[in-house]
Design a protein around this ligand. Structure first.
Ligand SMILES: Nc1ncnc2c1ncn2[C@@H]1O[C@H](COP(=O)(O)OP(=O)(O)OP(=O)(O)O)[C@@H](O)[C@H]1O
Ligand SMILES: [Mg+2]
Length: 252
């Protein structure tokens, strides 16, 4: 059995009386692409926000490679190798692709490498920036200002910014949201490529993309895990069809 890279134990997040996630206990294995499905408001983004340190849980625990990161801040979580992208695009519109990825690389290196010489530090930031641009497919567009690019390319750039932090585990919140079919295919291919060298946790409403990319799927409903299994199991699950797929236009 492969190594569990991330694990949650009874993770709960309440907003006042609302239980956004409820007793979520999941294991994510290294090298496995794990899709998270569920209707609007199911608690998917909240779960990612808890894993990335953006939100602190009301109760429960989170372990990354056996380290308890339940109380870790988003900055710390990023530095230990967990990258995330946001449901809404989160780039610097006035910056070029290169500058955006530079910000990503810098954010991870600034505190961890503050004792090394500035010249070496700069070379390392540069190396990571170049690599991220290459990986996300924007190397040729490095000097283009983000605001002048298509929406699809902006989403690609956001993935690039995350890759510049050199994460082992990627948390992706609807990377295909709002894209046309051509752009979706391009990002789906990019995700497949990234999955070769990273562990991915992927929230996505686009069923074709999820089924194409994910090895394992968890369906969430009302903040709780409904079912976890491989793609065939989830496709054929009556509980899932009733609770989610049946009410989704994507599945029609
Ligand atoms: N900061 C917050 N304060 C109060 N309620 C919140 C907050 N964030 C999320 N919620 C509520 O928690 C529930 C889960 O929201 P969440 O964004 O995690 O769902 P989701 O599965 O990502 O939905 P979607 O598919 O629409 O993105 C929703 O009812 C939402 O309104
Ligand atoms: Mg969401």
């Amino acid at each position: 059995m492969s190594e569990v890279i991330l694990r949650t134990e009874g993770l709960c997040k309440h907003f006042g009386g609302l239980q956004a996630t409820h007793e979520v206990s999941l294991s994510f294995e290294r090298g496995v692409t794990h899709g998270i499905l569920g209707p609007n408001g199911a608690g998917k983004t909240t779960l990612i926000n808890l894993l990335s340190g953006e939100l602190a849980p009301s109760s429960g625990k989170i372990f990354f490679k056996d380290y308890d990161i339940t109380q870790a801040t988003s900055d710390k979580v990023s530095r230990i190798g967990i990258g995330r992208s946001f449901q809404k695009t989160n780039i610097f519109a006035d910056f070029t692709c290169f500058q955006n990825c530079w910000v990503g690389a810098q954010s991870r290196l600034s505190s961890s490498m503050r004792f090394i010489r500035p010249a070496r530090h700069l070379r390392e930031v540069h190396r990571r920036t170049d690599r991220a641009l290459q990986l996300c497919g924007l190397a040729e567009r490095r000097n283009i200002q983000a605001s002048s690019m298509s929406y699809g390319e902006q989403r690609q750039l956001e993935i690039g910014m995350m890759l510049a932090t050199e994460p082992e585990l990627l948390l992706l919140d609807e990377p295909l949201a709002g894209m046309g079919s051509e752009e979706s295919l391009k990002i789906t291919e990019l995700l497949k490529e990234l999955a070769k060298e990273h562990t991915l946790i992927l929230i996505e409403h686009d069923m074709d993309a999820v089924f194409a990319v994910a090895d394992r799927l968890t369906v969430m409903v009302n903040g709780a895990e409904l079912e976890t299994g491989d793609v065939a199991q989830i496709r054929n699950s009556t509980a899932v069809q009733e609770a989610y797929l049946g009410s989704s236009e994507d599945a029609a």
